[in-house]
Design a protein around this ligand. Structure first.
Ligand code: HEM
Length: 312
C-alpha cells in the first residue's frame, strides 16, 4: 500500500481493500460479488405498479430481464455456503422497449453495515488489519464496538439458502418513485421467492458442496421456471430514507410491482457478466435516487472495478 492511498477517492480505496481482502486481484472478476451465475426471463408488472411509478417497465407490458445472482467478496472461488459469501446478491436488468435498460441491485440482508462510504471503508480496513497475530482488541473488535450498525449487520443471521431462487433480497437503499399524477413516495425494493424462502439446516450447510448454488440453478430451471415477487416497502412519513443502516418496521405498506420469472441460464453468461456493469443508478423516468450517500457512492466504486475487469 503506497503512502498516497488515503488521497485516492474513497470509492477507489474501497475497491482496493476489497481486492486485498479477497487475495486479489483476480483478473477478469468483480472486486466484490465475484462469483455469480446469469439467468434470463421476463418481468410482468402488477396492476398496482403504475400507481407508484410511471417507469416504462411498471406499466402494462412485460420486459425481458437478465439476472445475475452472486456470492459476496472478490474471491471467485468462494464456497457458496462460506460465511463470508453472505450477503448473496441479485442484479436485475430490465430491457426496455427503446433499447435502454434499468437495473435493480440488491442483497440478501435487510440493511447495510455503514451509512457512509467512509464508514464502509473503515469497516473493511479494520477487517484487513485484523488478521492472525493482530493485537487485542483487534481493529475489527474496536470498530464494531464503536459502530452499532456494523455490529448488528455482522450479527444478523445469514442462513445458507437452498437455492439462489429460495432467498429473499432487499434493496436496502431507498429510491423516490413518482407516478403519472406527479405523486412521489420513497421506498425500498424487496425481491421475494413466490414459493417462499428455503434455507439449509446448519448441518446441511456445513456439508454443502463448494458450488452447490451455482450447480443447483441450472438444474432447477431445466425443470420449472423460478418466480419472484418484486415489491416496494413504502417509507412512512418520518422514516429515514437516506441511511441504509436504518431498517424500517415490518408493518410498513408493501406495493407489489410485479412478477419476475426466470426461465433459463444465459448460455453466454460468463462473457456477459464480464462485459456488464450493473448499477443501482441505471434509472428511468419515474424512479430517482434518494440522497443516501452509500447509494450515491456505489456507481463510482463499481466503475473502478469494471474498468479493472474489462476496460484496462
Ligand atoms: C459504498 C457501498 C458499496 C460499495 C463500495 C460496493 C462495492 C461493490 C463493487 C466494487 C462491486 C463490483 C461491481 C462490478 O465490478 O461490476 C459490487 C457489486 C455488487 N454490490 Fe456493492 N457496494 C456497496 C454497497 C452495496 C449495497 C448497499 C448493495 C445492495 C443493496 C450492494 C450489492 C451489490 C451486488 C448485488 C453486487 C453484484 C452486482 C453484479 O452482479 O454485477 N452493494 N459492489
Amino acid at each position: 500500500e503506497d503512502a498516497t492511498e488515503s488521497d485516492k477517492p474513497v470509492t477507489e480505496q474501497i475497491v482496493n481493500t476489497l481486492t486485498k481482502l479477497s487475495g486479489g486481484p483476480h483478473k477478469g472478476y468483480r472486486a466484490n460479488h465475484a462469483k455469480g451465475i446469469v439467468a434470463q426471463g421476463e418481468f410482468v408488472p402488477a396492476k398496482s405498479a403504475a400507481s407508484l411509478s410511471s417507469a416504462a417497465h411498471l406499466q402494462t407490458k412485460a420486459s425481458p430481464v437478465t439476472v445475475r445472482f452472486s456470492d459476496a467478496t472478490g474471491l471467485p472461488t468462494i464456497p457458496d455456503a462460506d460465511g463470508n459469501s453472505f450477503p448473496k446478491g441479485i442484479a436485475i436488468r430490465f430491457q426496455l422497449a427503446d433499447a435502454s435498460y434499468t437495473d435493480i441491485v440488491s442483497i440478501s440482508t435487510n440493511g447495510f453495515p455503514a451509512a457512509t462510504p467512509e464508514d464502509f471503508l473503515g469497516l473493511l480496513n479494520a477487517i484487513a488489519a485484523s488478521g492472525a497475530g493482530a493485537a487485542k482488541p483487534t481493529p475489527i473488535e474496536q470498530f464494531l464496538g464503536s459502530h452499532p450498525a456494523a455490529l448488528s449487520f455482522v450479527q444478523m443471521p445469514k442462513p445458507a439458502p437452498v437455492s439462489f431462487a429460495t432467498e429473499a433480497y432487499y434493496g436496502v437503499n431507498a429510491f423516490a418513485f413518482t407516478n403519472a399524477q406527479g405523486e412521489t413516495q420513497y421506498g425500498r425494493y424487496r425481491i421475494t421467492p413466490i414459493n417462499g424462502t428455503e434455507f439449509l439446516s446448519k448441518e446441511q450447510s456445513t456439508n454443502a458442496a463448494p458450488n452447490y448454488l451455482v450447480d443447483e440453478l441450472p438444474l432447477r430451471l431445466s425443470k420449472a421456471p423460478a418466480k419472484f415477487k418484486i415489491s416496494v416497502q413504502l417509507a412512512a412519513k418520518d422514516d429515514e430514507v437516506n441511511d441504509p443502516t436504518v431498517v424500517w418496521p415490518e408493518n410498513r405498506k408493501l406495493v407489489e410491482l410485479g412478477t419476475l420469472t426466470l426461465k433459463n441460464i444465459d448460455a453466454n453468461g460468463v462473457a456477459f457478466e464480464k462485459a456488464t456493469m450493473f448499477s443501482p443508478l441505471n434509472l428511468v423516468d419515474g424512479i430517482a435516487a434518494s440522497d443516501d450517500q452509500i447509494l450515491l457512492a456505489r456507481p463510482g466504486a463499481y466503475a473502478v472495478s469494471f474498468g479493472r475487469r474489462f476496460g484496462q
